[in-house]
Design a binder for this molecule. Structure first.
Ligand SMILES: [Fe+2]
Length: 178
């Protein structure tokens, strides 16, 4: 049996603002939205960016306090390319509601970390061509093109004891999980 991570339920203060941010800025789709237990009860909304999941997030409008959750640091989403990560950065900058934006690389990922309008930590990343033993974290320059960034990433992490092609890492993981 393998446990596929499917969704997280987040308590929200402002349902409309959160749905607007997650749909119009991050590209999620609302699957369903209704009071959780009939008229007058808190609203729940289900959002996904994956056609194989009814929802990756459920938002429940019951939150009263503000600020970040004190136990969940961030949730991360992988996208298909560096172009997608850079487009996310541009969209977030244009929108202006995200805070704490930080481009971070773990050697095996080029990430943008940020918080949503209610302080929840998020990360959008793509794979780099490399596997690197973790933990690793340093900032990267989104102004570099993919060739420059790849060369810089290799230079920065190649002395890591487990540095190698990301494909080899995934292959070894598949054998491990087989
Ligand atoms: Fe992360």
């Amino acid at each position: 049996m393998a446990l596929e991570f499917a969704h997280a339920l987040i308590y929200v203060v402002d349902m409309d603002d959160m749905i607007d941010f997650y749909t119009n800025v991050l590209g999620f789709t609302v699957t369903d939205r209704d009071p959780i237990a009939g008229e007058g009860s808190p609203e729940v909304a289900f959002l996904t960016s994956d056609p194989n999941h009814h929802h990756q997030f459920a938002f429940l409008q019951t939150r009263k306090e503000s600020g970040a959750s004190n136990s969940l640091n961030h949730l991360a989403f992988r996208v298909g390319s560096l172009t997608d990560v850079k487009a996310t950065i541009e969209t977030l900058e244009t929108d202006g509601r995200a805070t704490k934006m930080a481009p971070v690389t773990h050697g095996n990922a080029w990430s943008i970390y940020f918080t949503d309008p209610e302080g929840n930590g998020l990360e959008v990343f793509c794979d780099t061509p490399f596997h690197v033993a973790q933990p690793q974290a340093t900032s990267w320059d989104p102004n570099l093109d993919e060739a420059e960034l790849t060369a810089w990433t290799e230079e920065t992490f190649r002395d890591n004891g487990r540095f190698g092609p990301i494909g080899d890492f995934y292959s070894s993981q598949q054998e491990l999980f087989a």
